[in-house]
Design a protein around this ligand. Structure first.
Ligand code: NAD
Ligand code: ZN
Length: 351
């Protein structure tokens, strides 16, 4: 068991991420009495409920459960309002708690509902995907998609506690594991010990290996959040691989994690071409991305999307967080035409 504390600057509240096994039986079951009679609600999605229904009911029988249809398409105001209605109908009070049991979609909507209900009730996150364990459950960002824009409506809401249990990784598909690996490789750029472990791993998809690196990943993200809880500056390092990754995402059918891996691959080459990074480091990072991607032709990113990124501060320029070395990144602004040219040249190289 490992606990990572996130004391956010300027607040007295502390949030904790606990990495441990048997969360349902050893942590949630003892909370059952407190959750009955309006003390709490469990929020989950249809896939997770189908797989873990029995364990959940064994631990928390009698506690109301609200199940949303699984998938990003349902990360919207309808699901949010239905959840808030279920919370009101369950008689939740100001001291009640919402347990978000699922991946990043459940965590994002559940956190937002908890921040809105009675102006804020406690939220416990039990992330069940690799991505939500290493990324989305840490940092307190919550949101729904709105008017066709991803995460347009949201709030900062630190969960009381996050419980990351490796047991849940066992039922994830390889593709879902890859989604988490995108962010794990990104965190590797920010942490020398993690980068070494990733580079030395005989199999990046091995569940025991993945479970062993979850705490270090949480620590990397928690450290960034601790220093920049409201995304004013340092959190930009979490944007590594994401500018080009988003351009890939919006012009391909690939998942976010796969796009981040391609984004990191393109941007590490870009950093080398701009003499911001050493060739050896870029090669090692490239090998990690390729291994996690398990093949596939280099996509053709629609670079125009990079111009629309909200991180750009000047019109006609693209702002990028480029990997420079292990533990080191550079924020650069490139005129759009130069960025487009470089990305096209790198794609030629990669094909
Ligand atoms: N708040 C943040 O800081 C932050 C950061 C990154 C991503 N996100 C958000 O997270 C979301 C993506 O998260 P995600 O990849 O976890 O998506 P997700 O919640 O949609 O989960 C992916 C799929 O896996 C299923 N699933 C979940 N747990 C499972 C398990 N243990 N076994 C089998 N199937 C399981 C889900 O039902 C779903 O079909 C996006 O909406 C993204 O915007 C938020
Ligand atoms: Zn991401």
């Amino acid at each position: 068991m490992r606990t990572i504390r996130i004391a956010t600057k300027g607040t007295r509240r502390e949030s904790a991420v606990v990495c441990r096994r048997n969360v349902l039986s050893a942590v949630l079951a003892p909370m059952r009495e407190r959750l009955l009679g309006g003390g709490g609600i469990v929020f989950t999605d249809s896939n997770v409920f189908a797989i873990y229904r029995e364990e959940l009911l064994r631990a928390l029988g009698g506690v109301p459960v609200f199940v949303m249809e699984a998938g990003e398409a349902h990360k919207n105001e309808e699901t949010l309002l239905s959840l808030l209605r279920a919370m009101a109908e369950a008689g939740l009070r100001r001291n009640s708690v919402l347990i978000a049991f699922g991946g990043g979609v459940v965590g994002d909507i559940g956190g937002l509902a908890a921040s809105l209900y009675m102006r804020g009730i406690a939220c416990i996150q039990v992330p069940t995907t690799l991505l939500s364990q290493v990324d989305s459950s840490v940092g307190g960002k919550t949101a729904i998609d709105f008017c066709g824009v991803k995460n347009l409506i949201g709030a900062f809401k630190q969960p009381e506690t996050v419980y990351a249990d490796p047991v849940f990784l066992q039922t994830l598909s390889r593709r879902e594991l890859r989604c988490g690996l995108g962010e794990i490789v990104k965190h590797g750029v920010l942490s020398a010990p993690l980068f070494e472990e990733l580079a030395a791993a005989p199999d990046l998809f091995d569940l025991r290996f993945l479970a062993s690196v979850v705490p270090e990943n949480i620590a990397v993200k928690a450290d960034v959040v601790r220093r920049d809880p409201e995304e004013r500056g340092i959190r930009r390092c979490l944007n590594l691989g994401h500018t080009t990754g988003h351009a890939v995402e919006l012009s391909s059918g690939l998942s976010h994690g796969e796009c981040v891996l391609w984004g990191l691959l393109f941007e590490s080459r870009l950093a080398a071409r701009m003499h911001l990074a050493e060739e050896k480091f870029c090669e090692a990072l490239g090998v990690l991305c390729r291994t996690a991607l398990e093949g596939g032709r280099a996509p053709d990113p629609d670079v125009r999307h990079a111009l629309l990124d909200k991180k750009n501060t000047e019109a006609g320029t693209v702002t990028l967080t480029l990997p420079a070395a292990v533990g080191k990144y550079e924020i650069v602004r490139l005129p759009f035409a130069r960025y487009a040219e470089e990305i096209a040249a790198i794609r030629e190289e990669l094909c």
